[in-house]
Each structure stands twice: as C-alpha cells, then as structure tokens.
Write a protein that binds this ligand. Structure first.
Ligand SMILES: NC(=O)c1ccc[n+]([C@@H]2O[C@H](COP(=O)([O-])OP(=O)(O)OC[C@H]3O[C@@H](n4cnc5c(N)ncnc54)[C@H](O)[C@@H]3O)[C@@H](O)[C@H]2O)c1
Length: 457
C-alpha cells in the first residue's frame, strides 16, 4: 500500500506547482501582449543580452505596478477571473485525487472462511452499534450495517468505509431486508427520550415491525439474532435491584410508553419466533450506557451534564437529585453483547453496571472532572422519571462470566474528551461555514462549479 503521507506531500506539491505555473502563464501572456503591442518586441531582448534582460525584468515589475495603458482594466480582471476559475478546477481535481488515495484502515485480524462470520448490525451507525462494529471488524468478521441515520451518523463508521469486510446499507428496518448472514445484532431504535418521543408512532413501528422483519430474516437464513432490549422494560421498578425475573411496572400510555412497550413487544416477538419457528434468540436488557460517539442531543444525564459543564452553564438536576442511576461504559456493554451472542443462553440477560449513584452525585463528579465555573442547580422533576435503576447482574456473571470493568472516573474522562472535541469541531465548522457563506468569493466558487467540466478520461 502506498505511503499515505508521501502521497499527500505529492498532492501538495502538484497543487503548488500547478498554481505557480498558472500564475507564470498569466504573467507571461500579459508580458507578451504588452511587448507585441508596444514599441519593442520580446525577441529583441531574447538574445543573451544581459542589459536587455534586466530591462525585461524591470518592465515586468512595471507591468504589475503600473498597468499598461493599452491593456484595459477589464482585460486584466478577465485574466484574473480566468486564473481563479482554473485554480478552482484544479482544487476540485485535487479533491477527487485525494478521495481516490488508498485509505489506511485499523488493523483487522485474519479469519479463515470457516471462522469468519457475516454479521448484520441494525442501527450500526449509532452510538452502541458503531463500537460493536469496531470490535467485530477488528476480530476479522464481515460486518454489514443497516441504518436509516435517524440518530446514527456515517461519521461513526467512516473509518471502515471501503474496507473489503465492511458494508453500509441505508435501510429502514420497518421494511424487509433480504441478505445472507450468520448473526444479527438488532440494535436499530432511537434510545434516548427526546429521540424516541420525537415520533412515537415510528418508534413503535421500528420496535415491532422492524423486529418482525429481523426475526423473519433470521428464520429464513437460519441466523442467530440478538435483540437489544432495555432496562426500561422494568418501567419505574418496585423491586430493587432489578433481576430478569421481575415483570416491571410500566405506564402503557405515558410519554415513554412508545419505547418501553415497544421493547416489551420486541421481547415477546422474539420468544414467539423462538417457540414457533425455532429461531435462536438472545435478549440483552441494556441499562444506561455512556461513552464517546454519544449523540450531542442525547438529552440524558451524562451528555447533558458534560455539555453544560464544558460550556460553563448551570448543571441542571431534575427533581431533588436523589433518584439513582447506574451507568456502564460502552466497551463493557460491547463485550457483554458479544459474549451473550456466543452463549447458548436464550433467556433475557441484564447488561449494566450495578454501581449506583444519585443524579446529584453525578453532577458533582462531572463538574469536578471538567473543571470550570458551572453551578449545580435543581429544576422541576420530569414525568414518569424512574426513581431507582440498578441492574442485578448475577445472571450475566454466572452464565457469561461477564461484569463491567471500566471505572466511572476513567469512562467519564474519556467521554468528556470526546464531547470537548465535538464542541471544538462544531465551533470550527460554524466559523468556516460563516466565513464561506458571508464571503464575496461564494459567487466565484459557484461560477466555477457551473463551469466545471468533468474529466472524461
Ligand atoms: N444507549 C443506552 O444507554 C441504551 C440503553 C438501553 C437500550 N439501548 C438500546 O441499544 C440500541 C442502540 O442504542 P444507542 O444508544 O446506540 O442509540 P442510537 O440512537 O445512537 O442508535 C440507534 C441507531 O438505530 C438507527 N435507527 C433508528 N431507527 C431505525 C430504523 N427504523 N431503521 C434503521 N435504523 C434505525 C439510528 O439511526 C441509530 O443509528 C437501541 O436499540 C436501544 O434501545 C441503549
């Protein structure tokens, strides 16, 4: 594979040389015009006459300091405009060249045909899905992501685009999908309250029709399927901590019902397909998870508090802050999902971190890790906000030999770095975009694009 920095250096060299060449040509043309129309011809100075050459140099300087009378301003402007268009065309070509430069991918293990699996991840461009993609790709499997990009982003998986083991399909799982796979991780569904409440009907469709489509696919191709369920199936629990045997306490018509009940139906469908059609199902009841690639508008405690702290805004705690949450770092969840898929266990398994903190404690931990001047303040409680949430992970420990490893401080620090980079990035893009759209050059750039003739070779 060609060395990428060298290729980039070459591209830079080509751009600089091309721009210089164009400028030289313009200089030369304007000089020629001046000389052929003027009293002396350039040939008179061309014959190794040093004095004459010095004269040309002086004339050239004059060309650019005193515009010759017989070249009108309009002609000069036209030439300049022409040069700008040429440079713009060159810029486009360089971009195309850069895009075709061989990419460097993260190192993946080689698996022979027998051990390599074809794995479908629905919602693989989302927060959890993209981390699962990374782990399975590095393990050497073939990964296919199906996502409608409602809350997911191409950027989360862009480092795999073009890799021979990777495929990204823009697909809404409410519609059937016909492909050949060995395993399906069914993660597609908005996960945070602002996202799943944005279009409750679509959330229910995704979790019911989408799940039927994935179970149907698993049945057709005899694939194993893992359903990403949630701790929300326990609703506002009356049992604490929540074991998998607890049936839950869910309001079927509350604002969270589209998600909670959607996931409950998703589980019901999985066991119906297992019983009736012998589909091999795995059900992961995922508890609150955090980490890099979380959505900026996730709206849940971790991202809210970190963003508020990074912006030096007030950290707002809903209610009295005594409600508890337990958060697991995303890499722990990914390990749990892969172990569950590999197991022979078909009953639901809780995957979460049992270390419980009050929301108020979280606010102070995050404030301390970020630094800054934010205050911590209480605000109105949210409707149907569960008061306690803590997984009983005995089953995961016994069956999968799994438990979370990443300590809160470490996970939160990594997540803070991620959000800091995201904020810097969005500020940079905002500035660049303002500069571009407010600039008079916009007209030129649009003009050059209209005149751009694609290279047919
Ligand atoms: N993150 C958590 O704390 C958490 C907790 C419990 C359960 N879960 C479950 O884990 C899964 C992944 O959650 P996440 O946090 O990565 O959420 P996310 O919103 O980042 O990812 C969900 C992905 O699904 C895609 N998607 C949504 N509807 C779709 C549709 N109809 N067709 C195709 N793609 C669709 C989105 O574009 C996104 O890429 C979800 O099923 C969620 O319910 C997550």
């Amino acid at each position: 594979m060609p060395n990428v920095p060298i290729v980039k250096k070459r591209i830079k060299f080509i751009v600089i040389s091309s721009c210089s060449l164009i400028l030289l040509v313009i200089l030369y043309r304007s000089f020629l015009k001046h000389k052929t129309n003027g009293s002396q011809s350039i040939q008179n100075f061309d014959k190794d006459d040093w004095t004459a050459n010095s004269q040309i140099g002086e004339d050239l300087v004059k060309d650019f300091t005193n515009v010759p009378q017989h070249i009108t301003n309009q002609q000069l402007l036209n030439q300049l405009e022409h040069a700008k268009v040429q440079i713009s065309i060159l810029e486009d070509r360089v971009r195309a060249l850069e895009a075709s430069t061989p990419r460097k991918y993260p190192q993946v293990k080689y698996l022979n045909y027998k051990n390599r699996k074809r794995i479908l991840i629905t919602g693989g461009a989302g927060f959890v899905g993209s981390h699962l993609v990374d782990t399975l790709m590095v393990q050497g499997h073939e990964v296919i992501v199906a996502d409608n990009f409602f809350t997911g982003r191409k950027r989360n998986v862009e480092h795999w685009l073009g890799h021979e083991n990777f495929e990204l399909i823009h697909h809404d799982i409410v519609n059937p999908l016909f492909i050949e796979v060995d395993e399906i991780y069914h993660l597609a569904s908005p996960a945070s309250p602002p996202h799943y409440m944005y279009n409750p009907v679509k959330t229910i469709k995704t979790n019911t029709m989408g799940t039927i489509n994935m179970l149907g696919l698993a049945k057709r191709v005899m694939a194993k399927v893992l359903i990403a369920s949630t701790s929300e199936v326990y609703g506002d629990p009356t049992v604490h901590p929540q074991p998998e045997t607890y049936w839950g306490h869910v309001n079927p018509i509350g604002p969270r019902a589209c998600y909670d009940e959607g996931k409950r139906v998703s589980e019901t469908l999985s066991y119906a397909y297992a019983k009736q059609e012998n589909v091999k199902v795995r059900v992961a009841r995922i508890f609150n998870t955090y980490g890099p690639r979380m959505h900026m508008n996730d709206g849940r405690v971790v991202s809210n508090f970190i963003l508020q702290a990074l912006r030096n805004e007030t950290i707002t705690v809903y209610g009295n802050g005594k409600q508890t949450r337990s958060f697991q770092y995303v890499s722990d969840l990914v390990d749990g999902l892969i172990s569950l898929m590999a197991s022979n266990y078909s009953q639901p398994v809780n995957l979460g971190n049992p270390v419980e903190h009050t929301i108020e404690e979280f606010a102070w931990i995050i404030k301390k890790l970020v630094g800054g001047k934010s205050e911590v303040k209480q605000t109105d409680a949210v409707e149907d906000d569960p008061q306690r949430r803590k997984p009983d992970i005995t089953r995961a420990k016994t069956i999968l030999n799994w438990e979370p490893k990443v300590p809160l401080q470490m996970g939160i620090s990594r997540t803070i770095s991620y959000f800091r980079r995201e904020l810097e990035r969005s500020d940079r893009f905002q500035k660049d975009s303002k500069k571009y759209f407010d600039s008079p050059d916009l007209e030129r750039s649009q003009h050059s694009r209209q005149n751009f003739v694609p290279d047919k070779t």
